[in-house]
Design a protein around this ligand. Structure first.
Ligand SMILES: C[S@@+](CC[C@H](N)C(=O)[O-])C[C@H]1O[C@@H](n2cnc3c(N)ncnc32)[C@H](O)[C@@H]1O
Length: 286
């Protein structure tokens, strides 16, 4: 890469988290005004509810942009065309199929990939059922719309609780049996769940033997001390502004330690020092 282009890449990568937070902040006054106009003082007086409403408004804007950036990684991932943190031509793993649990689908940016019938990009094998485990009701209208638009009604079911409440019949009328899920898909969401170590282990329990976990998550920086400090600095305010998302999670390690795996193909593809949001990427097979 030419020196000037490289400098630009480094600069953009370093300022990206601040820009992302600035865009999110832009949606706060509008959210508050809307809630006042609607007389929704219950949401206004509860920080978690206000934060969820704010995040929903922000993600309606950010979601499609995040999808555009992440698509070159996520589509091959769901097709099983990933090995050692890189996209490969022929599948190295089976594609997403059978009974699927999508953790934190948000506004449904990836919903269409579970029901490709038009020869477009996405898993070729059939998906029987998808449970979209999404506690933020503020995004459900958009999620429902994307389910309808992708022709996934009757296949894609919204589970309106957090993964920590999956087995709690007082919070959700349905039930997912342990060891009944063929595939778990987690895309940029394990950064937001509570008690990640405990809940990732809990999710592992829902996978069948031979089931697969498709992962694309941003994680804590472990190398590069200066960047570790920079990320820690951003993380002081990031969770407040980005809907409770945390930058300081060792999600890769937590996944590997969730239980015994038959195969672990999980890597960090963002090896350059200047990534403030490096990712783990790959497929684990139980
Ligand atoms: C950054 S968004 C990503 C949404 C989507 N995966 C995407 O790529 O567009 C994180 C999502 O995780 C959801 N989330 C937060 N806590 C959760 C929990 N306890 N269980 C499941 N999902 C959760 C949030 O509501 C949010 O929709």
């Amino acid at each position: 890469m030419a020196p000037l282009a490289r400098l630009k890449t480094i600069f953009l990568s370093l300022v990206h988290p601040w820009l992302f937070m600035a865009y999110s902040l832009y949606y706060l006054p509008g959210t508050v005004l809307r809630l006042i106009r609607q007389g929704d003082f219950a949401t206004l007086s509860s920080w978690p509810r206000l934060q969820s409403a704010w995040f929903s408004a922000f993600w309606a804007w950010a979601g499609p942009r995040v999808r555009q950036n992440a698509e070159p990684r996520v589509i091959p991932l769901l097709e099983g065309r990933v090995q050692g943190g890189r996209q490969v031509q022929s599948p190295a793993h089976p594609p997403v199929s059978g009974i699927v649990a999508e953790v934190g689908p948000g506004s449904g940016m990836w919903v269409d990939l579970f029901r490709r019938r038009d020869g477009g990009a996405g898993p070729a094998e059939s998906v029987e059922r998808v449970y979209g485990i999404e506690p933020n009701v503020g995004v459900h209208t958009e999620l429902r719309k994307r389910i309808k638009d992708s022709g996934s009604e009757g296949v894609y079911e919204i589970v309106p609780v957090g993964i920590e409440s999956l087995a709690d019949s007082s919070k959700w009328a349905g039930k997912i049996e342990k060891e009944s899920v063929d595939c778990i898909v987690s895309i940029l969401c394990l950064c937001s769940i509570p008690e990640p170590e405990k809940n990732i282990k809990e999710l592992y329990g829902y996978l069948k033997k031979g089931g697969r976990w498709y992962v694309y998550e941003h994680v804590k920086i472990d190398r590069f001390p200066g960047m570790r400090l920079y990320q820690a600095l951003i993380n002081l305010i990031w969770p407040l502004i980005i809907g409770g998302c945390r930058l300081d999670r060792r999600t890769g390690r937590m996944l590997v330690e969730a239980g015994p795996w038959e195969n672990i193909d999980l890597e960090q593809p963002d090896v350059q020092w200047y990534h403030s949001l490096p990712h783990v990427y790959g497929i684990l097979t139980k």
